[in-house]
Design a protein around this ligand. Structure first.
Ligand code: ATP
Ligand code: MG
Length: 631
């Protein structure tokens, strides 16, 4: 495998040469003067002095050659809508959207919060922001009012774009009431709310603040809004992580580096070429949606398929029907979706012609071997795992088959991607672990283009969160455990922090704990993720009540449990609702007062809790076991 390894080596030894060459594959209004500025590590600036625009690279650049090719295919099995937009049509829609935003006072550097279901307007809105230099912050539609309010408070948007409702598995989920609640909760409300009315649910409008998209679209039908040429290091967007530490981190990305990184990923990993159709079954609220539903494919001139619906409605063959009908060449989703499909009759798969499909890509959580083997056999195509994070913006570990047919090893997402000086290091010293020895997955500075440039208005938190371990070495921590084999393949072994993954959705245990703690009866609470065959993980809560009287009877206990579940559902969304709330007299803690989450999780999953030398109350775990048996 000399070919790929040699290229990776070159990218690390001569980053300026490597990325300078890669940068020529996108359009620059002003080419960069300096490829890399690493004078102020861990802060890194790529393509200094360059001026470019993401929207230009995603749309305008392609107009001379392929104005009438399809840029965006939209399929909603929720509403039955299937449409296509050519690059020219997408260009027109984005120009209209940009003009509408300008008419509402949005200008360069303003934040625009996008709280939308999977509708084409979500992509138009993101691209329109990119066009005029507004910083978008897309918030996943599954988040409810409290989660939304904290993100509004952090990003302080001028404009929020939302809709009457989303729909999931045929059930209408109103968005507007949640948004109104969130705005009522937040400190600095937006000037305007732009509303896409899908006709799914009634919605109230606040006069003077709320405006409807459809009439404005008509008004700006012929608008032409030129791309604003942005400094390569200007912020393009903020995307919040799940927030293990309670307050979600606003990951900030640049413009030029992101464009170059995505073009590189599309070329080397996803092997997308004009004429290809990439179907990324994710949500625009997640990083995968940003990079591989919206920007990546379009920058590469690849058609993107945007999908609203579940993988099993109207039946388990829906995705394969789309592959056949639209000639999908790359399908990208999360292992959880495959686990859902696995429950379907394999015959449904065989009903469709999958000859257009070249590769199935999976990311976002560990890909277990049974799932990987099942789907590889079922579709008869390579299944390529890849590993990355909201922070990185594009894969950190992958099998980059654009160079050579690297072998796949099930259980490993592959080799470090070009540009990443990725190592598995000792948790304390940061020294590289020998092959076979478990350590933390880390990346030596400088991070490659496309990665986070900081946390929104919190440089100090960026440094203290990601760059402060390993005895002062300039190493970025991924907060994941890993192990590297003799061939350089990295295996991911789990997280060093506490995030749970419910059906592919990231939830910070801390956010759920905070929500439960807001209930008057609760003194203390611990939330852990426990393994669930279908959803990957579910949240399980252990709570201490303030006054034991409130759980004196079985009925009272059930009633309080229900109330607590509804509290979380209301504040954070249904996904975050714990599967059970178990009342306990005491929680296991370290002597320094930190919850021993990993021990709680082990007990909850019926495993050995391991080393307990730091535990304060040695009976705490037994009391936890008793409580679980009782309830
Ligand atoms: P937060 O950063 O707020 O705690 P999060 O880490 O869950 O949330 P993401 O950035 O969406 O949010 O997820 C990245 C994480 O997902 C990785 O750090 C890793 O734990 C896991 N992950 C992603 N891809 C893979 C993969 N292919 N194999 C194993 N784990 C993966
Ligand atoms: Mg993370």
């Amino acid at each position: 495998m000399a070919g790929y390894v040699a290229l990776h080596q070159q990218s690390i030894n001569d980053p300026e040469g490597f990325w300078g060459d890669r940068a020529t594959r996108i359009d620059w209004h002003v080419p960069p003067g300096r490829i890399l500025d690493a004078d102020r590590l861990p802060f890194t600036q790529w393509f200094v002095g360059g001026r470019t625009n993401l929207c230009h690279n995603a749309i305008d650049r392609h107009l001379p050659e392929r104005a009438n090719d399809t840029a965006l295919i939209y399929v909603s099995t929720e509403t039955g809508i299937e449409t296509r937009y050519t690059f020219a049509e997408l260009h027109a829609e984005v120009n209209r959207f940009a003009a509408i935003m300008q008419s509402l006072g949005v200008t360069q550097r303003h934040r625009v919060l996008i709280y939308l279901p999977m509708i084409p307007e979500a992509a138009f809105a993101m691209l329109a922001c990119a066009r005029i230099g507004a910083i978008h912050s897309v918030v996943f539609g599954g988040f409810a009012s409290v989660a939304l309010a904290s993100r509004i408070d952090d990003a302080t948007p001028t404009l929020i774009i939302s809709a009457d409702a989303g729909s999931r598995a045929g059930k209408i989920l109103p968005y507007k009431p949640l948004l109104d609640e969130a705005i009522a909760l937040c400190r600095q409300p937006p000037k305007h709310v732009l509303l896409v009315d899908r006709g799914l649910a009634d919605m109230a409008r606040t006069p003077g603040r709320d405006v409807d998209y459809a009439p404005l679209r008509t008004q700006y039908m012929d608008a032409q809004v030129p791309c604003v040429w942005l400094d390569s290091n200007f912020p393009s967007y903020i995307l919040y992580t799940s927030g293990t530490t309670g307050k979600p981190k606003g990951i900030v990305r640049d413009v030029g580096g992101y464009a170059v990184a995505l073009a590189t990923a599309m070329d080397l990993i996803f092997q997308g070429r004009p004429g290809d159709v990439m179907f990324t079954a994710s949500d625009i609220g997640w990083v995968v949606g940003h990079s591989f539903i919206v920007y990546g494919p379009l920058i590469q001139g690849v058609t993107t398929l945007m999908y609203e619906g579940t993988p099993i409605r109207p039946d388990g063959a829906i995705w394969w029907r789309l592959v056949e009908q639209y000639g999908v060449t790359q399908l990208f989703t999360a292992p959880t979706a495959i686990r859902v499909l696995k429950k379907q009759d394999p015959e449904t798969l065989k009903r469709h012609d999958l000859s257009s499909l070249r590769t199935l890509f999976l990311a976002g959580e560990p890909l277990d071997e049974p799932t990987a083997t099942w789907i590889a056999d079922a579709i008869g195509k390579p299944v390529v795992d890849n590993y990355w994070q909201t922070e990185s913006g594009w894969p950190m570990l992958a099998i980059a088959r654009g160079i050579e047919d690297l072998p796949i090893k099930f259980g490993s997402p592959g080799l470090p991607v070009v540009g990443y000086d990725l190592r598995v290091v000792d948790e304390t010293t940061g020294e590289t672990c020998p092959p076979g020895v478990k350590g933390v997955v880390a990346v030596a500075a400088p991070l490659p283009p496309g990665c986070m440039i900081s946390i929104w208005h919190d440089d100090a938190r960026y440094v203290s969160t990601y760059w402060s371990g390993f005895e002062g070495k300039m190493l970025y921590s991924s907060f994941d455990w890993g192990v590297q084999d003799e061939d350089g393949y990295v295996f991911i072994l789990g997280r060093t922090d506490d995030v749970i993954n419910v059906a592919g959705h990231r939830l910070g245990t801390r956010e759920i704990e905070e929500s439960l703690s807001s209930h008057a009866s609760i003194a203390e609470v611990a939330v852990v993720g426990v393994a669930d065959t279908l959803k990957g993980q579910v949240a399980l809560a252990f709570a201490i009540v303030r006054n034991a009287d409130v759980i004196a009877t079985t009925d009272a206990r059930f009633a309080l449990e229900g109330e607590l579940m509804r509290t979380v559902e209301h504040q954070l969304g249904a996904l975050a609702r714990p599967s059970r709330v178990i009342f306990v007299p005491v929680l296991p803690k370290t002597r320094s007062g930190k919850l021993l989450r990993r021990a709680i999780q082990a007990v909850a999953e019926g495993r050995d809790p391991g080393d307990l030398t730091t535990i304060e109350d040695t009976t705490a775990l037994d009391q936890l076991k008793d409580a679980m048996q009782m309830s």
